[in-house]
Write a new protein. Structure first.
Length: 263
């Protein structure tokens, strides 16, 4: 996903993450079913739809492994997630009720995403990113409010090609004095008309911080943190208990910046 694509995904997360009941499966949609997913399509080639559902299954295994959820044997999707593949961009915009410049949208509270075959970066970026949102929220549940920077960081962590690129972007921001400390990033409220540079930096910092948390602090700690969220602990309380050597965002921010400066 290029920078424009990243901005699109982030804005779509803000605009679409909590709404829409989704299309009706009876409105001309053909259903394809796998272990964890339903794929719905109309005129999309069957081979493409099969590739989507098979790739989604592979990403499910990759994402649960990356986040440490694979070791939590008692957890599985409560219901299959739904992927709606519209015929083309026009169908996606008009019937999917999406903005023209987007390539995909996730509704994680309904385990659903919408897209179309020619969406830029579909298999490498859009699909793993949106599934990252859905799988993470399916695991932790809806009882706790997740800061947007963390939510986006978890999703971006699934785009493997973006991990080190995010580090570099943040390092440049530190050098140029435009870096936003995590304690301030947590209060940033992005809108559809927010400056592009602000959105890009928000996105990069989110990805880099979560990478540092998972890769450098260990998946076991991350899984323990997510379990606390799952059990109803508030985000920052769960963070303090799971990462007692940090406790606060300020101390975590300091350790993260020191890590980046050593890279």
């Amino acid at each position: 996903m290029n920078k424009t694509g990243a901005i699109i995904c982030l804005i779509l997360f803000f605009l679409c993450g909590f709404g829409s009941s989704g299309p009706s499966a009876g409105e001309g949609w053909i259903e394809m079913k796998s272990r964890y997913f339903f794929v719905y399509y109309k005129n999309t080639p069957v081979d493409f739809s099969k590739t989507v559902i098979n790739t989604a299954e592979e990403y499910y295994d990759d994402i649960t492994h990356d986040l440490g959820f694979y070791s939590d044997k008692g957890w599985r999707f409560k219901d299959r997630a739904k992927i709606y593949i519209y015929d083309d961009q026009q169908d996606y915009v008009e019937n999917g009720r999406q903005v023209q410049w987007s390539g995909g949208a996730a509704y994680y509270n309904r385990r659903m995403m919408k897209t179309y075959p020619s969406a830029v970066g579909f298999f490498d970026s859009t699909l793993p990113h949106e599934l990252g949102h859905i799988i993470f929220h399916e695991f932790v549940g809806e009882r706790v409010k997740i800061p947007t920077w963390f939510d986006e960081g978890v999703a971006m962590y699934q785009e493997k090609g973006k991990r080190w690129g995010a580090h570099q972007t943040v390092k440049v921001a530190i050098a140029e004095g435009t870096f936003i400390p995590l304690q301030d990033l947590a209060h940033v409220r992005l809108k559809h008309n927010s400056p592009r540079e602000e959105i890009e930096l928000f996105y990069a910092e989110s990805a880099s911080a979560v990478y540092f948390l998972i890769e450098e602090q260990g998946r076991f700690r991350f899984l323990n943190f997510c379990r606390r969220l799952q059990h109803g602990d508030k985000f920052y309380y769960a963070f303090e208990l799971s990462y007692p050597h940090f406790k606060t965002l300020e101390r975590f921010n300091k350790a993260w910046v020191s890590y980046l400066e050593r890279q």
